[in-house]
Ligand binder design. Structure first.
Ligand code: BTN
Length: 263
């Protein structure tokens, strides 16, 4: 059992009971008024936790993003959550967990807020061409057999944040909604649990493509320190970005791209 501080109640903090009431699946829930990072916490306590377990916070003092970046996580205006899942039985499919999670988040946002989010490869959720949500998936590997045994799926969504730090103030946005934070948290967790049972079908790839911000666009990407231009033409079954370059077709499996032109 995790050593946690469960905050139930006030209007500005996350209400654990409300998350539990909205959940359809059997998920253990821990809520924090403030924590360093829900991903870091899940990493620290995973061995004492049952799965699936959800860690959700009203504020993160050291929210983490991809590529060693920080994730701005102010109090009261965002949703910061991590889902700890056992993946020992579907190791081959974990490669596309981030891609699948993007679809789960988009579908929850559309259902609850009537918005039209898009996915910027590989896993950023955008609204009106600005970043609304980031996803950070981290694997926990069994030291003995070097197999991935658990995965931590971290999601941060700007719900009503109005001012952002200088480095992201022109590229970040908020939903500008404050209602249903707990319902959103539960819906995303349920979507991921249900999706994780069918990862092998890759059914989510079509939804991912439908919401892609980059397909059909001119992009630039960097490989081995060299930045090149290409056209994004497809998403493969593992979530890789298929691009048309001057030298032919290539698939990008990780990294970051810049979208050069609008569709
Ligand atoms: C990114 O944009 O690069 C990914 C951001 C992921 C942020 C979420 S917030 C909940 C979880 N805890 C963290 O420290 N990071 C993830």
């Amino acid at each position: 059992m995790c050593d946690n501080i469960c905050v139930c109640g006030t209007s500005s903090t996350l209400n654990k009971q409300s998350i539990c009431n909205h959940l359809k699946n059997d998920i253990e829930v821990f809520c924090f008024d403030s924590i360093d990072s829900t991903n870091s916490y899940a990493k620290r306590v995973h061995s004492q936790c049952d799965t699936p377990t959800l860690f959700a916070a009203n504020h993160q003092s050291s929210g983490r993003g991809r590529l060693g970046r920080s994730f701005y996580s102010p109090a009261d205006t965002g949703l910061y959550m991590s889902l700890l899942l056992d993946v020992a039985d579907n190791n081959d499919d974990i490669i596309c967990m981030t891609t699948a999670t993007s679809v789960c988040v988009v579908s929850a946002l559309k259902e609850l807020y009537d918005v039209a989010p898009q996915i910027k490869w590989v896993n950023d959720i955008y609204l009106n061409n600005k970043k609304l949500c980031g996803i950070l998936c981290e694997a926990i590997t069994d030291e003995k057999n070097q197999k991935i045994e658990k995965i931590i799926i971290g999601i941060g969504i700007n719900l009503s944040t109005q001012s952002f730090p200088d480095d992201i103030k022109h590229t970040a946005t908020s939903l500008n909604k404050t209602h249903s934070k707990e319902q959103l948290c539960a819906k995303i967790a349920d979507n991921i649990i249900e999706m994780s049972r069918h990862l092998h079908t890759r059914d989510f790839i079509d939804e991912y493509k439908k919401h892609s911000l980059v397909l059909g666009c001119e992009i630039s990407y960097t490989q081995n320190g060299v930045t090149k231009e290409a056209t994004a033409i497809d998403i493969d079954r593992n979530g890789g970005l298929v691009i048309q370059t001057q030298d032919g077709t290539k698939t990008l499996h990780s990294g970051e791209i810049t979208v050069r032109l609008k569709k």
